[in-house]
Write a protein that binds this ligand. Structure first.
Ligand code: AMP
Length: 194
């Protein structure tokens, strides 16, 4: 199964992606984690994306595609993937579709984790305190939410038109969201495999 999760910063994408991957035996691929690893390892990619990530802006499409290509291809050959954090724009979705289609790696279901804005801000401030993430301060949070609304929300229409969108109420407990997500995916699973 090949899935992606769309959600604002703080919607619980990362947590749910890990749980869904585990349940269905898929590989969890987080574009943010891969980029943060490049920064930690001080690679040339890390040096070129550091400033944009620190501000809460998106990094360029070319770099994200470069970082994701191999892991996505490998996961597609090995049971499938849960993509977390990609695509962030309709342009990324379009390019990714063209690249992935020929090797049978394109996305089958796009899950939208729906969480109201005040709840997102509350969660992000908590996470910033707990995890010491430099992009979870109040200014950067506001910026990241605006980037999400402007650039990423249009993806919902893109996947809705393709009849691939699954919307999940994400404003519940972590366990409740996982249960809903797993149940919905179990229900469509037989349409996807084989
Ligand atoms: P995340 O961990 O998914 O919240 O991503 C953290 C940061 O990594 C984002 O604020 C962006 O700067 C960058 N990033 C992650 N995924 C993408 C993407 N698909 N396109 C552009 N930038 C991204």
């Amino acid at each position: 199964m090949r899935l992606l999760l769309i959600g604002a910063p703080g919607a619980g994408k990362g947590t749910q992606a890990v749980r869904v991957a585990e349940h269905f035996g898929l590989t969890h691929i987080s574009s943010g984690d891969l980029l943060r690893r490049h920064i930690a390892e001080e690679t040339s990619i890390g040096r070129s994306v550091g400033a944009a990530m620190h501000r809460g802006d998106l990094v360029t499409d070319g770099i994200v595609m470069d970082v994701l290509r191999k892991p996505v291809e490998a996961a597609s050959r090995n049971g499938g993937y849960v993509l977390d954090g990609f695509p962030r724009t309709v342009e990324q979705a379009e390019v990714a579709y063209l690249v992935a289609r020929d090797i049978g790696a394109s996305v089958q279901v796009a899950v939208f984790l729906d969480v109201p804005r005040p709840e997102l801000v509350h969660r992000l401030l908590e996470r910033g305190r707990a995890a010491n993430r430099t992009d979870d301060t109040e200014d950067v949070i506001t910026r990241r939410l605006r980037v999400f609304e402007e650039h990423t929300l249009p993806l919902l229409d893109y996947y809705r038109q393709r009849e691939q969108l699954l919307k999940i109420d994400g404003a519940r407990s972590v366990d409740e969201v996982t249960a809903a997500l797993v149940a919905e995916l179990e229900a469509v699973r037989h349409l996807l495999d084989g």
